[in-house]
Design a protein around this ligand. Structure first.
Ligand code: UTP
Length: 292
């Protein structure tokens, strides 16, 4: 089976859940302590063996592009100040991967953003990392999905169990057969089911998928769905019904950086692991918790 060498990171959404900050700072560049969440995504793709990455951006998203650009001003300044560690870090971030940028002219949905990547992808399978979902895992989640693709040769969607009461906010997967501990053959799915009867399971797609180029034709024939947008889930549902897809229950911790709570959780949990901060921050949290 073909190895996955390309990734698409859609990051053109307007981020209404993160208003008002998202009016001026792209949610995909919001920090986890001191690094933008987009750097976590690029590193995940690179650590999964992917070197060619297309980031779909839009108006007001220039900060993402700037971050991966080599800054001559900082280079000179850091040299003068003898800040070698920071200089090396900047060099490393700027040379992580071949990063390409494309603007989605209107935020018409995640499916539309993926469709913008058709030329870049060509006739190859590719990974999609949803731009506001950061994953922290021992084995990168994208790598787990790519390996499942190489094994089964079908579209693979990364799924996770969500509390039953929350299924109505996500999608619900119809799993036909368990293929191995974490992989299920899936023949249908339903987006945001509102009643228990409509729900197939509490397995929902969260943040990562590996698609075949077949998705582009399906997307072109998919009607706009929820919110009047072209929904990627609607196209993947078509594939599930016709050729079946693999739901892969990945191992890893997901932070929804598109929500205020997810943003705070990511920062608190990762600050407790940050080499320069963890001791002082832990002490601070212990003291703070006594006042809660
Ligand atoms: P979301 O649905 O979380 O993004 O899409 P959103 O529309 O910005 O969010 P809210 O609900 O208004 O807060 C998941 C990812 O897909 C990208 C987003 O940037 C996000 O990273 N996306 C979404 C696009 O690139 N284009 C779109 O038209 C929609």
């Amino acid at each position: 089976m073909k190895k996955i060498t390309k990734a698409v990171i859609p990051a053109a959404g307007l981020g209404t859940r993160m208003l008002p900050i998202s009016r001026t700072v792209p949610k995909e560049i919001l920090p986890i302590v001191d690094r933008p969440s987009m750097e976590y995504l690029v590193r995940e793709a690179v650590d999964s063996g992917i070197k060619d990455i297309l980031i779909i951006t839009g108006r007001n998203k220039e900060a993402i592009e700037n971050y991966f650009d080599y800054s001559v001003e900082y280079k000179d300044l850091l040299q003068v100040k003898g800040k070698q560690k920071e200089l090396d870090d900047m060099r490393q971030v700027c040379s992580l991967a071949n990063i390409y940028f494309l603007r989605q002219k209107e935020a018409k949905g995640l499916g539309h953003a993926v469709l913008c990547a058709e030329k870049f992808v060509g006739d190859e399978p590719f990974a999609v990392l949803y731009g506001d979902d950061v994953m922290v895992a021992e084995k990168p989640v994208t790598k787990q999905l790519c390996e499942a693709y190489e094994k089964y040769g079908k579209t693979v969607v990364g799924v996770s169990r969500v509390p039953w009461k929350d299924v109505k906010k996500y999608c619900s997967m119809k799993t036909e057969k368990q293929l191995e501990e974490r992989a299920y053959l899936t023949t249908d799915m339903v987006e945001k089911p509102q009643t228990k009867e409509e729900m197939f399971s509490n397995l929902s797609i969260l943040g990562r998928v590996v698609l075949t180029p077949d998705i582009f034709e399906v997307l072109k024939h998919t009607e706009n769905g929820a919110g009047g947008e072209l929904q990627l889930t609607d196209a993947m549902k078509q594939l599930a019904r016709t050729e079946g897809v693999i739901s892969y229950e990945y191992e890893g911790k997901r932070y929804d950086m598109g929500s205020k709570l997810g943003f705070l959780q990511a920062n608190i949990e990762q600050a407790l692991l940050h080499p320069d901060l963890k001791d002082a921050f832990r002490e601070y949290l212990i003291q703070l918790s006594k006042t809660l």
